[in-house]
Design a protein around this ligand. Sequence first.
Ligand SMILES: [Zn+2]
Length: 141
Amino acid sequence: MVAATPPAPSAEATSASPAEAFWRGLARGELLAQICRSCRQRCFPARSRCPDCLSADLDEVPLSGRGDLHSWTLVRRGGREMETPYVLGLIDLAEGLGRLVAPIAGVEGAAAEVLLRIGMPVRVGCRRDAAGAVRYCLRLD
Ligand SMILES: [Zn+2]
């Protein structure tokens, strides 16, 4: 699973790390996976080596950003990043590359029971927090 917080930019890096490429893509509105140039295996989340052949020759490929709601929960207590309560969703990515967990935008706690159904289509969106950092979220279609 991709960390919910973008990594700090690396001053030594000469090219974008897989995580940096992911967050840059998200800021452009793209949810990125990777494809191995050696064996064509797709993988998500971003990593430095192919999980099948261990090649480091990976390209970014955009995903649809769509998925089905697998589960959700109401978070009543949390850290400083988000005001509570909020609804956290877990989705199965449409491309079958795994799951992603993120807050569901626009769904208040009390409405979650009415609005959310397991298996319903959702899409991954991009938002900026109060500090202007890129974060991902889930949106209902
Ligand atoms: Zn590979």
